[in-house]
Every structure is written in C-alpha cells, then in structure tokens.
Design a binder for this molecule. Structure first.
Ligand code: ZN
Ligand code: ZN
Length: 146
C-alpha cells in the first residue's frame, strides 16, 4: 500500500542511464517483493521489489517495443542503452505493469505490502517485517489489490 503522502503526487522513474522515463498520475495498486528466481536473475538483486501500475496509467517514453519473453506468459522490457530492467507484464495479472521499485523517484514512500514466492527466499535473507508472505505467484492477492 502506498503511504498517504504519495496518493496525490505524480509518480516518476527512470532507468540507470535516463534514456527511458516512466510516469504515472496514479499510485501503484500494490508494491510487492518477489523472491522468484526469474525476477532475481532479471534484476540481479537477491530480493527485488516491484510497484504494480495500471497498464493505462503508466506512460513510458520513448515508447517501447514488444519486449522479450523467456518464460511463458511473462514479457519483460529492458533499456536498450543501459540494460536496466524497466517493466514486466504477466498474462495472469492483466492490466498491470510491474516496475522495479528502485527505478522510482518515490520509492522511499512506497513500502512493499507483500512477499511473493516467499518459499524461494535465500536462507540467509532475513527481512524484518510482518507483511504477508505468500508462496507462489500471489495472483489472487495481486489481482484484487486496490
Ligand atoms: Zn537506460
Ligand atoms: Zn518473480
């Protein structure tokens, strides 16, 4: 859940080199950690976190191509200049676009509300929070996020 402070602001982000800019007038519908190995490899982070924006709320400039898919039902986009992960879309989570949280200028005000694929967490990783830990995709939870 975004904090109250963030609800009336525009949201903005960019890739490492700044060639790709992201904007949304609406706050993310949810913010979640994902412990799955695909998200870890894609981002290089031991525990990536993502902000889910409504697909029609998120503006990406310049407009991106069709993206790449290395697992069924998942499309991912990276910056063509610097390689930063930009966005992911999942067929089972229609109308949502997942943006790596670290791209966003407002990330400090967007604490994750959920751990997805928590069964895959590295054994040495200890996150001190009491937000829900869900095994698998959390698709029901994420589809019902408001
Ligand atoms: Zn870039
Ligand atoms: Zn994942």
């Amino acid at each position: 859940m975004p904090s109250k402070d963030s609800t009336n602001k525009a949201f903005s982000g960019r890739c490492y080199c700044g060639a790709v800019l992201l904007r949304s007038k609406m706050p993310p519908t949810t913010v979640a950690y994902c412990h799955c190995s695909d998200c870890r490899r894609w981002t290089g982070a031991p525990l990536p976190a993502f902000a889910a924006f409504g697909a029609t709320d998120l503006t990406v400039s310049p407009e991106q191509d069709a993206g790449v898919s290395h697992s069924e039902g998942v499309t991912r986009w990276n910056c063509h200049s610097c390689g930063s992960p930009l966005m992911a879309r999942f067929e089972y989570l229609p109308d949502q676009v997942y943006v790596p949280l670290g791209l966003l200028d407002q990330a400090a005000d967007l604490p994750p509300a959920l751990h997805c694929h928590s069964e895959a967490a590295y054994p040495w990783l200890h996150v001190d929070d009491d937000i829900p830990r869900i095994t698998g995709t959390a698709r029901d939870t994420l589809n019902n996020a408001t």
